[in-house]
Design a protein around this ligand. Sequence first.
Ligand SMILES: [Zn+2]
Ligand SMILES: [Zn+2]
Length: 145
Amino acid sequence: MIEAIGYSILGFVLMELSGWAIHKYLMHGPLWSIHKTHHEHSDSFFELNDLFSLLFGSIAILLIFLGVGDLDYRFWIGIGISMYGMLYFFLHDVLIHRRMKWLDRPRKGFLKGIFSAHQAHHQSRKREGAVSFGLFLVPRKYFKN
Ligand SMILES: [Zn+2]
Ligand SMILES: [Zn+2]
């Protein structure tokens, strides 16, 4: 049981850390042509940038598939990545970008900090010069009022 929780948390934390690095160094680097579709205004619901979510989702499904027989570390890391993915979807796609109009923009507290930090990321429509690349891993100043 403690292993299940530990590996799930590990999967979750690894996603934020690797997501931060991938966003900063690859998406705002060699993979900008894909990621820029998330920094431009578009009228279509899907963006080419959604391929990244598809990729991370596939990795999680693969790990769960590989580990489900013995319920080993691969299964639980896959669960952690999936939980991160669902939370990311709710915070980034629903709450921040309002792809589904389910929630109003947050006006106070932790969620407002997350919101402001990501808005700051979108201030730039260019590859260079963007700030706050993580979802949670962002400068502290966005959480101060
Ligand atoms: Zn970006
Ligand atoms: Zn965004």
